[in-house]
Design a protein around this ligand. Structure first.
Ligand SMILES: N[C@@H](CCC(=O)N[C@@H](CS)C(=O)NCC(=O)O)C(=O)O
Length: 217
């Protein structure tokens, strides 16, 4: 049985963004059942947990005697078992994998840099000075992605793990209005989020937080 480790509770501003969602979504697309292993923030640094996830983060993934960390590597591992996420035809497969890397290497860093300014450093003077340049850089990268999508439904000719990861990266833009200025990209995100597998994964991810609201929260 597959087990996915997730946090028992996180603040609302990051609910729906924690990276176990990527893994849950991939498992739903692949039709693979799994169990949750829920941990509190205090458990993530325990030596026993760091054997599963060296950096004291979630998600961690167990499948029989395989232990994996890094959400994107886990998604790729799941995708390799499921044609729903990776085409079998070698060239189509290689292109889908290229989009996995594009999501996490070409798009995610600039999305994360902007998110960090808005969520963690908004009141700092240096962050206020840096923000316009970061917005410009992130918007430019997103525009390139939007140019590529044009009237396509997905990054290639069908949904793949590349779309799954790209969508989860785009979800991190919710602290700003960049996506609303790029209707092609906004429609793409919504199209991918409308998939039943995403809806189920999100519902299960959110249900955990609803069940474990801290007394003081
Ligand atoms: N590169 C890692 C990043 C994992 C990560 O950033 N996890 C966050 C939640 S989304 C976390 O556990 N944060 C708590 C911490 O870093 O202490 C992955 O993709 O799995």
């Amino acid at each position: 049985m597959i087990t996915v480790t997730a946090f028992r509770w996180v603040p609302p501003m990051v609910q729906g963004l924690v990276r176990d969602l990527r893994v849950r979504w991939a498992l739903e697309e692949a039709g693979l059942p799994y169990k949750e292993h829920l941990i509190g923030m205090e458990e993530k640094t325990a030596p026993s947990y760091r054997l599963l996830q060296p950096f004291a983060q979630v998600p961690a993934y167990r499948e029989d005697d395989l232990v994996l960390f890094e959400s994107d590597a886990i998604v790729l591992h799941i995708a390799e078992r499921s044609e729903a996420l990776l085409p079998r035809e070698p060239k189509a497969r290689a292109r889908a994998i290229a989009w996995i890397f594009a999501a996490i290497n070409s798009i995610e860093p600039s999305v994360q840099n902007l998110g960090a300014l808005d969520l963690f450093y908004a009141s700092e003077e240096w962050a206020k000075l840096r923000r316009p340049g970061q917005v410009e850089q992130t918007a430019a990268r997103l525009t390139q992605l939007s140019d590529r999508l044009q009237d396509r439904l997905y990054l290639e000719d069908r949904f793949t793990a590349g779309d799954l990861l790209m969508t989860t990266v785009l979800r991190n833009l919710r602290s700003n209005d960049l996506l609303s200025k790029l209707p092609v990209l906004e429609a793409y995100r919504k199209r991918c989020e409308a998939r039943p597998a995403f809806q189920k994964a999100l519902a299960d991810h959110m249900a955990v937080f609803a069940k474990h609201v801290p007394v003081a929260a």
